[in-house]
Design a protein around this ligand. Structure first.
Ligand code: AMP
Ligand code: GLY
Length: 423
């Protein structure tokens, strides 16, 4: 088996390390990968959104299977284009990836099929949106319709902030065409849970739950980021919540997509908020989450490649998806200044014995050295019987990794520990 993995972040590194456990796989190419991924796969200088380049590479190199990990190529139709050349893929086709690609689509889908989510209004006219927010209850949540590098959600606590958000998204086009329409929705409260699931359009098999830490600073202060750390499982995701999610959210979503002629195959990510009225969908993603994947896949006991093929072939019902009964914690080490501006090019040193626990996100290789090249540089995942041990062990490893201007949160997992204590 010769495989390509499209993407080049920590999530892709975690996918590749897990795929390597399968002996059928002789070769993995990462497109484009990164300097750290290069230790586990052959990196090819083709960008994740260069669909023509990806297809040409796959055809020229007799690729047997493709894993398309990031949102942009999925929404752009990378899977459709590869399948046209007879290459089976893990990931949804473009008509199903729209569940992440358009918030207007996903909100309307939930409304049509009675899937619990925040109440909302859609606007494609800035003046009407500005009028509406004059009286909308505060805080109010404003979301650009399309992909916006995870930055298209603004929680406005004052009328001025709400107005600024509408103007910057719809008039100044801060996120380009993604801001042609917006969703203005009700502010929900409660703990957040991420549930990644495998689906072949016939069954949904949820993975172990996880908790992201989106803010840059300790105690959830500072700007929103792509994610500064994760733990799994998420203590708020009890058996009762899981059952309710399966009945009211997971299966209805899969069936809704089928009914719309948009069968979803791949990893469907449910961003949930456990409100006092029950779990509600905050967002769908059409892919593995980053950095959720870095705690979820290390706990996967079953073979990842077998599961991926089963989602493609429609045989997921008879394919086991099992997780270790353990805890995982991942701490992200970033460049000081992320997510705004930061310096790059600093040498990273990682002791060899902890390298297997490190998922590299933003690094390049130069003259045999690994240098920082991004905001989020790497993630360090530890697994242990208890959450506390996993957290301690992850931080012990973080302290042994060095690069100039490194920064990380010191409280990853503390909220989960507190929730457990209150249980
Ligand atoms: P996203 O970029 O879609 O992941 O959203 C970023 C974050 O905004 C989410 O993780 C939530 O914390 C928050 N958020 C999104 N929608 C709502 C909502 N309706 N109510 C409260 N918080 C929200
Ligand atoms: N960690 C959230 C995401 O991948 O969108």
């Amino acid at each position: 088996m010769r495989i390509i993995v499209v993407g080049g972040g920590g999530r892709e590194h975690a996918i590749i390390k897990k795929l390597k456990e399968n002996n059928e796989i002789e070769k993995i190419y990462a497109l484009p990968g990164n300097g750290g991924i290069a230790a586990d796969a052959e990196c090819v200088g083709i960008g994740a959104t260069d669909i023509d380049g990806i297809v040409k590479f796959a055809v020229d190199n007799s690729i047997d299977y493709a894993v398309v990990a990031p949102d942009d190529p999925l929404v752009m139709g990378c899977v459709d284009a590869l399948e046209e050349k007879g290459i089976p893929c893990f990931g949804p086709r473009s008509n199903a990836a729209i569940i992440e690609g358009s918030k207007v689509f996903s909100k309307n889908l939930m409304k049509k099929y009675g899937i619990p989510t925040a109440a909302y209004e859609v606007f494609d006219d800035a003046e009407k949106a500005l009028d509406y927010i004059k009286t909308a209850p505060l805080p109010t949540v404003i979301k650009a319709d399309g992909l916006a590098l995870g930055k298209g959600v603004i929680i406005a606590t004052t009328r001025e902030e709400a107005e600024d958000a509408v103007i910057s998204i719809m008039k100044d086009k801060k996120f380009g065409k993604s801001g042609n329409s917006i969703v203005v929705e009700e502010f929900l409260e409660g703990p957040e849970v991420s549930v990644l699931s495998f689906t072949d359009g016939k069954v949904v098999k949820p993975m172990i739950s996880s908790m992201d830490h989106k803010r840059a600073g300790d105690n959830d202060t500072g700007l929103n980021t792509g994610g500064m750390g994760t733990v799994a499982p998420n203590p708020y995701y009890t058996d009762a919540v899981a059952k309710e999610c399966m009945e009211k959210i997971f299966l209805p979503t899969m069936e809704a997509m089928n009914a719309e002629g948009r069968t979803f195959k791949g990893c469907l990510y449910f961003g949930l908020m456990i409100t006092k009225d029950g779990p509600k969908v905050i967002e769908y993603n059409c892919r593995f989450g980053d950095p959720e994947t870095q705690v979820v896949l290390p706990l996967l006991k079953s073979d990842l490649f077998t599961i991926m093929k089963a989602t493609t072939d429609g045989t997921l019902a008879e394919t086991p998806v099992e997780f270790d009964d353990k805890n995982a914690a991942c701490v992200i080490m970033a460049s000081e200044g992320y997510p705004v501006s930061y310096e790059k090019g600093y040498e990273i040193t990682i002791p060899a014995d902890i390298a297997p626990c490190v998922f590299v996100a933003g690094a390049k290789e130069e003259d045999g050295k690994l240098l920082t090249s991004g905001g989020r540089v790497l993630g360090v995942t530890a697994i242990a019987d208890s959450l506390q041990e996993a957290i301690n062990s992850s931080y012990r490893m973080v302290e042994q990794i060095h690069f100039d201007n490194a920064f990380y949160r010191h409280d990853i997992g503390q909220r989960a520990l507190k929730a457990k204590a209150e249980d």
